[in-house]
Design a protein around this ligand. Structure first.
Ligand code: PLP
Length: 223
């Protein structure tokens, strides 16, 4: 058995049963995905539209492709036919575009609302309070071709575990506020996507139920 299959199995075995593993295969070749697939993995995460579309066309049909990176509105049409979940719905404009394009191809697209809590300026997403207010003010009104499944977020890029813990707490708290507020009674709203290779144990402790793990499965990436 190759090291990727081995890593998939080790990673899965270390996760609580209620936590879904997204194997982040961005920048890794199709052969690496096949190896993980043969070890039973079916959910893969990609962060570039062209790469996702190319891989999806040649790899097995029962793979569930998740989009996890910043998605430009002009790339929505390219990825949508292949997508099972978009983690990174990070602006009102993007959400509207996804809805329009989903309507065009007669699909309902599952998305997560990206929450921005990390310190870095460059990270995309809605601030927690901004998101809650926008939703209460009808941001999703009339959008019938998207289904909001939950939230996604990233912690600050730091070694400070207190800071990371606090970031994940804020993401989870945003989910809880929405789950008992605007999404009360909506069972579709159930996913908290947080945690990567280095910080997923902390994320799970803070209530993540979907982790996005790349380098500790596939090795480091050559950008
Ligand atoms: C690349 C990426 C990951 C995976 O990161 P690793 O550190 O390789 O596990 C997770 N989430 C997002 C949004 C990413 O872009």
């Amino acid at each position: 058995m190759g090291y990727i299959a081995d890593n998939i199995i080790k990673t899965r075995n270390a996760l609580p049963e209620c936590v879904t593993l997204v194997a982040v295969s961005k920048f890794h070749p199709e052969q690496a995905i096949i190896e993980a697939y043969d070890a039973g993995q079916r959910i893969f995460g990609e962060s570039r539209a062209t790469e996702l579309a190319t891989k999806a066309k040649s790899l097995p049909d029962d793979i569930q492709w998740h989009f996890i990176g910043h998605l430009q509105t002009n790339k929505v049409r390219m990825v949508l036919p292949h997508i099972s979940l978009i983690h990174s719905a990070d602006s009102e404009r993007l959400i509207r575009t996804i809805d329009e394009e989903a309507w065009r191809i007669n699909r309902i697209i599952d998305i997560l609302l990206q929450v921005h809590v990390a310190q870095e300026e460059s990270k995309f997403g809605f601030l927690p309070q901004e998101l809650i207010e926008k939703l209460e003010n009808g941001m999703l009104n009339g959008l019938n071709n998207i289904r909001i499944r939950g939230v996604m977020g990233m912690a600050s890029n730091t070694d400070d575990e207190y800071r990371i813990t606090d970031d994940f707490k804020q993401i989870r708290a945003t989910f809880d506020t929405l789950a008992s507020g605007i999404f009360a009674g909506n069972n579709d709203f159930s996913i908290v996507s947080m945690g990567m290779s280095d910080d997923h144990p902390i994320a799970i402790a803070q209530g993540s139920n979907m982790v996005r793990i790349g380098s500790s499965i596939f090795g480091s990436r050559n950008y």
